[in-house]
Design a protein around this ligand. Structure first.
Ligand SMILES: [Cu+2]
Length: 110
């Protein structure tokens, strides 16, 4: 019984350490919005990365997942406002501005 508890504790410590290493490995990424476009129109990040969009334009914009709007949808961002989303799963995510649908971007999560 005692051995089982030690084993369980050991496994937990290992998982915690692995989790920390994983978190430290994913640097936050950012996209700026300016002049009716997403700079870094295509951005490649690792799974678990938090991406921050910052509106540097002088009119509001949004960030909405093109394939699954429920998965990611920002409110209208005024000048200087930010929106964050963490991409947990690998895949290619297309997004756009719902106010100006020609504004499009892609996040590739590896
Ligand atoms: Cu817009």
């Amino acid at each position: 019984m005692r051995d089982t508890i030690f084993l369980a504790l050991g496994s937990l410590c290992f998982l915690a350490a692995a989790g920390l290493a994983y978190a430290a490995d994913t640097q936050p990424a950012s996209v700026t919005i300016d002049n009716f476009s997403f700079n870094q129109a295509s951005l490649t990040v690792k799974a678990g990365t938090r991406v921050t969009w910052t509106n540097r334009d002088d009119i509001p914009h949004t960030v909405v997942d093109a394939d699954d709007p429920k998965a990611m949808k920002s409110p209208p961002l005024d000048t200087g406002e930010q929106f964050e989303h963490t991409f947990a799963k690998a895949g290619t995510f297309h997004y756009f501005c719902s106010l100006h649908p020609h504004m499009q971007g892609t996040i590739v999560v590896q």
